[in-house]
Design a protein around this ligand. Structure first.
Ligand SMILES: Nc1ncnc2c1ncn2[C@@H]1O[C@H](COP(=O)(O)OP(=O)(O)OP(=O)(O)O)[C@@H](O)[C@H]1O
Ligand SMILES: [Mg+2]
Length: 259
């Protein structure tokens, strides 16, 4: 594993080997993933493991490679090196559609919904890309997000940012994923709403054994809800550790996490 890139700027106490040496079976195992946009190398040998029933936060500044990591895991960007293994199965070259069937759901940055359609219509349109979705799956999403249930007949453009985020998470949950990739769900939301959404995600993870890869620039909030944190800088893993340990590391926080 070459994911350790201790910075000279901070004295990282841990060898940054992260979960790389763990022997347990990770639900999602990302091994030495690299990806480029033309000459721009956005990911450089990234390794991480995400367990069932755990939230793994991927943190880092603007341009660190967080979004590219999720896009590469979910098959939207082709890696130049490395592997993505889901539940023991190599899915690195699987087409995007197949990912859904294999249990992967990706909620991209930006909370994309169809503004003119109602909440319910957005869920239904979203379900079309997710194979066979039974009625009980819609009910389950509405149970999880009562706010969304109350607004099911309202056009999506009338939703607040937080409600919209709940809608896109709910839409991703329709196919009952085992791994949920969340890209910057907190962006632009008030702290109270962020806490509410993260609380819901935590509940879901605890009750259903879902594995969540939570990408965030908002490291403080993400670490408060996550089990493990992975810090990315310029496409490389700087350190992987227990979320609490990372949050307590003042040098690391100042150097990479902005709080
Ligand atoms: N479509 C693209 N074409 C060319 N370069 C890109 C593209 N998308 C991202 N990049 C570059 O790849 C690097 C990683 O970007 P990425 O969007 O993955 O970072 P990020 O950590 O998600 O940043 P942010 O916090 O701003 O969302 C950056 O240098 C970025 O400029
Ligand atoms: Mg991003």
């Amino acid at each position: 594993m070459t994911e350790a890139h201790g910075s000279s700027a901070v004295g990282l106490s841990k060898a940054a080997s992260g979960g790389g040496t763990a022997t347990g079976t990770a639900l999602l195992d990302v091994q030495g993933l690299s990806a480029s946009y033309g000459p721009v190398r956005a990911l450089d040998g990234v390794s991480l493991r995400a367990e069932a029933g755990r939230i793994t936060a991927v943190l880092g500044a603007n341009g660190a490679g967080k979004t590219t990591l999720l896009r590469t895991i979910s098959g939207l960007v082709r890696p130049t090196a490395g592997r993505v293994v889901l539940d023991g199965q190599d899915i690195t070259r699987a087409p995007v559609e197949a990912m859904v069937h294999k249990g992967m759901a990706h909620v991209p940055e930006g909370r994309g919904v169809i503004a003119e359609l109602t909440v319910d219509e957005n869920l239904r349109v979203g379900s079309l890309f997710r194979g066979k979705v039974g009625r009980e799956e819609f009910d389950r999403v509405y149970d999880l997000f009562p706010r969304i249930a109350e607004r099911r007949d309202n056009p999506a453009h009338t939703l607040s940012g937080g409600e919209r985020q709940m809608l896109v998470i709910g839409r991703a949950l329709l196919a009952r994923p085992r791994v949920l990739l969340l890209d910057e769900p907190s962006l632009g939301l008030a702290p109270k709403i962020v806490a509410q959404i993260f609380g819901l995600v935590r509940q879901l993870v605890d009750s259903e054994g879902l594995s969540v890869l939570l990408v965030e620039q908002n490291a403080r909030s993400a670490l408060s809800v996550a089990d493990t944190g992975v810090v990315l800088n310029l496409g490389r893993v700087v350190v992987t550790d227990d979320a609490r340990t990372l949050a307590a590391d003042e040098d690391l926080r100042h150097a990479y996490l902005g709080f």
